[in-house]
Ligand binder design. Sequence first.
Ligand code: ADP
Ligand code: MG
Ligand code: MG
Length: 210
Amino acid sequence: GDSVDTDLARTWVQAIAAAVDKHKDHLTQLDSAIGDADHGTNMHRGFSAAVTALADYEPDTVGAVLVKTGTTLISTVGGASGPLYGGAFRAIGKALDTPTADTQQVAAALAAGLASIQKLGAAAPGDKTMIDAFAPALAAFQQQADAGADLAAAAVAAADAAEEGMRATTPLQARKGRASYLGARSIGHQDPGATSTALAFRALAETVGD
Ligand code: ADP
Ligand code: MG
Ligand code: MG
C-alpha cells in the first residue's frame, strides 16, 4: 500500500495487540531476567484497552486514532513503558493530523515518536532500551522513504532493522530503567522493551503489506 488511513491505523493497533497477546509470556520472561516480570502483562493490559477504546471510534484523521491509543496506554500500562509508549503514540498521532498519510509523513511521525521517548526517558542508543529497536527502525524507514520506496517496503525494512536492534541489546549493559540496577548482570539478556518495539514494527509491516 501507499498510504495510511484511519482504518489502517486502527488495524495496526489491533495487530500490535494480537502480537502482544501471542508473545505476552515471552515479554514477561525477558523482564523477569532483568526487571520485575511485568512487561508482558503491562503491554497486554494497555493494548487490549486500546483496541476496546478504538472499537467504536470513527475519527476524521489518522492521528486521532493514534492519539487515543497513546492516551489509553498512558492510563493503563503503568511502569516505565506506559508513559514512554503512550507519549510516543500521542506524538506520532499529533504529527498525522490528516485523513491519509504517505510514506514521508509516516517517517516524520515516527521521528516525532522517537523524539518523545528520548525526551521523556533520556536514554541514548546503546543504553539497552526500546530506543535500540526504535532508532534503527526509524533510520531504515526514512532511508526507504527517501529512496522513493512505498509504505509497505519501508515498513518491512523498519521491522527487519528493529529485530536486528532488538537482538543487539543482548550483549549490552543497561544504563536506563530497572535493568540498570543490575549493572553488569544485565549483560546477556535481550531487552524486553526493545522486543515489544520490534513486535510493533513487525505489526506495522504486516498491516500495510496486506
Ligand atoms: P517497568 O520497568 O517499570 O516494570 P516495563 O517492564 O513495562 O516497565 O518496561 C521495561 C522496558 O522499558 C525496558 O525493557 C526498556 O526497554 C524500557 N525503558 C525503561 N526505561 C527507559 C528509558 N529511560 N528510556 C527508554 N526506554 C526505557
Ligand atoms: Mg517491568
Ligand atoms: Mg514494573
